[in-house]
Every structure is written in structure tokens, then in C-alpha cells.
Design a protein around this ligand. Structure first.
Ligand SMILES: C[S@@+](CC[C@H](N)C(=O)[O-])C[C@H]1O[C@@H](n2cnc3c(N)ncnc32)[C@H](O)[C@@H]1O
Length: 351
């Protein structure tokens, strides 16, 4: 596994050397476009089958010296969005450190942003949980980006990806949303701010079952609530609060018949009903298990929740039945609180 220090060393070598960065970008693009790599992306990477790079890259000096390729195998995952390349962790990295490996959530946020033409107005983009930088670095015309994440490893990947893709004006920093809005934003004097974020939002019956990048607590809303509170505090302190828009992708427990959803209720309490809207992504399946999202949206908790125990890269064989029971019990207790469904969608706040 490439350590955070090794990743950091890579970023420090690339930063002053744009020629090297652009050479590496071309190689990563070439690997990404290789049909064998595309095939590998669909495979069960969590079984530790790392991608074997083509002969021509095996002896590449930078790759070897920096551990990007070991024994002919690529030590990072490559994703691509809007013609940009993103290095991130693969599923073989232990879940407590693993940087979010998937780009589909960012794709949903970007699609939403384009549909609502939010990028045409926004001048500043803020992401509280950037992971490797998938959507924050993919937005084209934006004057300033702020990318934060609690994970040091995620922050380094975002830095590497910003250098590889030559993204200007990105401020990248480690920040825990529990501490509220990062202090760098307290002095931000600008109009037209767009918060675009997807905090960890999967339901976890117990701590340490899900990875840091997915664990949203017992209703999945722990970090989504924190993000909403931070945006609210920011808006209260910002004189130009009529020019703030937030789009947050999340799961939320709810009551489908009454169209009542926990995270939406919280947003409405904070910002007022008229400022909040919610779009359930009905065309999307949800509840990722072994890399595949196959449940309908919204998902009936009693029917779907416990399937997470079958996820091989989250739950070990020894733990599987215990975790399944915990999920079953949690579904029952959520049902007793009138939360029968889990919805997957985007909440919009316009101030
Ligand atoms: C679902 S991932 C999204 C990553 C990225 N936006 C993407 O889609 O690739 C959630 C991210 O939230 C980060 N995170 C978890 N807890 C956090 C916290 N307390 N404060 C800030 N970020 C946090 C994780 O490290 C992870 O990168």
C-alpha cells in the first residue's frame, strides 16, 4: 500500500515539474483507455487483483522509484470524469484509510449542477468532503475552489489530481466538519458561492463496520447534518447570504407515503421550508454492495438494509452474521420510529 507519506512525496515532486506531471497524465490516460483496464474496473478488485500495467510502463523510473507500480502492478485506481484523470485508492486499501474509490456520486452532483445551471452563476465552489477531488476538480469555469476533507490521505490525492490536471486556484486543506466551517472561509468575501458535497451517508449499525468514507451513523445522517449546520452558520455570518446555493447528495431515512425525510426536515428547520427542495434520484439504484448498486430508490429498509452484510470489502467472513443481525435489528428499530425507507437524492438550499 502506498502510504500517505509516499503519496505526499509524489505531490511534492510533481508540483514544481509541470513537464513530468503532463507526461504522467498522458500515461494515466493511456492506462485508463486500455480495454483491459476497463475490464479490470468491472472486476472484483477487493480480492486484491491489482491491475498489471503494460510492459512499456513497468520500468518507468518515476513509477518504480515512487512505488506507483510494484511488481508490475499499479498501486492506485484511476478514474476519469469530464476528461480529467483522478488517482484514488482501490478497494484493496484497508477500509479505515481508504479514500473513496467511486466516482458515480460526483457524476450525480455534476449532472445536477449542470441541469440547474449552477456553474454558470457560481464563482466559488466549496466541498467539505472532497475525497480525491472528483467533482470539485471537474467543474470547468469556476474562479475559486475550496476542497476540504477530514482524511489527510484524501487531501493529498486531491493535491496530486489538481497538479496532474492543471487545475488553477484550488485551496486544499484537511478539515473535520465536526469543527464547523473551516476558518479560511470565515473571511471569504465573494458572491455566488456553491457548496457541492457528498458527506459519508451509508447507514451503519455499529462503529467500524463501514469505511470512514461511507459511515454516516445509524440513520446515515450524522455528517449530512453537520454539513447543513456548517452551511447555515456560514450563511448567518455572510452578508451576501442571498447568493449562496448548496447541493448535497445524501441518503436519508424517511416515510415514503407521507414524503417525509429526516435530512429534509433538518434542512427545513435550519433554513425554512421555502429555501429547501429535494430531488429523489428515482432513475438511480442504491445501497452499494460489492461495488454494485442494485436496490430500488427509495429502498425499503426491512428488505434491503441487511444486504450490506454481504459486502466483502466491508465485512469479514467471521463478522458477517453478526453484522447482518445488527442491520436487521436496526431496520426494525427505524421502522418503529416510522422510518420505513431510505431515499437517495440531492437536497438543494438556495439563500
Ligand atoms: C462519500 S465520500 C465522497 C468523496 C468525494 N466527494 C467523491 O465523491 O469522490 C465522503 C468523504 O467524506 C470524508 N469525511 C468523513 N468524515 C468527515 C468529516 N468529519 N469531516 C470532513 N470530511 C469527512 C471522507 O474522508 C470521504 O472522503
Amino acid at each position: 500500500m502506498l502510504t500517505a507519506d509516499e503519496l505526499s512525496l509524489i505531490s511534492r515532486q510533481l508540483k514544481p515539474n509541470p513537464t513530468l506531471a503532463s507526461e504522467l497524465l498522458e500515461i494515466f490516460q493511456d492506462i485508463f483507455n486500455n480495454p483491459q483496464y476497463q475490464q479490470w474496473l468491472k472486476s472484483e478488485q477487493f480480492l486484491g487483483q491489482l491491475f498489471e500495467v503494460d510492459e512499456k510502463y513497468r520500468d518507468h523510473e518515476f513509477f518504480n522509484k515512487n512505488g506507483l507500480v510494484k511488481d508490475g502492478k499499479l498501486q492506485v485506481k484511476i478514474n476519469s470524469l469530464q476528461d480529467r484523470i483522478f488517482l484514488t485508492d482501490g478497494l484493496w486499501i484497508p477500509k479505515q484509510y481508504r479514500v473513496f474509490p467511486f466516482s458515480d456520486e460526483s457524476v450525480n452532483l455534476l449532472r445536477h449542477m449542470e441541469e440547474k445551471r449552477l456553474d454558470e452563476i457560481a464563482t466559488t465552489l466549496i466541498d467539505f468532503s472532497c475525497g480525491c477531488g472528483h467533482h470539485g476538480l471537474s467543474v470547468s469555469e469556476i474562479q475559486q475552489r475550496y476542497s476540504f476533507d477530514v482524511s489527510h490521505r484524501a487531501v493529498i490525492y486531491t493535491l496530486i489530481n489538481s497538479i496532474l490536471n492543471e487545475i488553477p486556484n484550488v485551496f486544499i486543506k484537511q478539515n473535520d466538519i465536526r469543527g464547523g466551517i473551516p476558518k479560511e472561509l470565515s473571511k471569504l468575501v465573494t458572491r455566488n458561492i456553491l457548496f457541492l458535497t457528498n458527506m459519508p451517508f451509508a447507514i451503519a449499525p455499529l462503529p467500524n463496520v463501514l469505511p470512514l468514507a461511507a459511515d454516516g451513523g445509524i440513520t446515515g445522517a450524522t455528517w449530512s447534518f453537520k454539513a447543513l449546520e456548517a452551511i447555515h452558520k456560514f450563511a448567518m455570518n455572510n452578508l451576501d447570504k442571498d447568493s449562496i446555493h448548496a447541493s448535497m447528495l445524501c441518503y436519508t431515512v424517511g416515510n415514503k407515503q407521507q414524503d417525509k425525510w429526516e435530512v429534509i426536515d433538518k434542512a427545513e428547520q435550519l433554513f425554512g421550508k421555502s429555501k429547501v427542495s429535494w430531488k429523489l434520484l428515482e432513475d438511480q439504484t442504491m445501497w452499494r454492495i460489492n461495488g454494485k448498486k442494485e436496490q430500488p430508490n427509495p429502498m425499503n429498509l426491512a428488505e434491503g438494509l441487511a444486504k450490506k452484510a454481504d459486502c466483502k470489502f466491508y465485512v469479514s467472513d467471521e463478522d458477517r452474521e453478526r453484522v447482518r443481525t445488527e442491520y436487521h435489528n436496526l431496520a426494525k428499530s427505524l421502522n418503529n420510529s416510522d422510518w420505513e425507507y431510505l431515499g437517495y437524492g440531492i437536497i438543494d438550499i438556495r439563500l
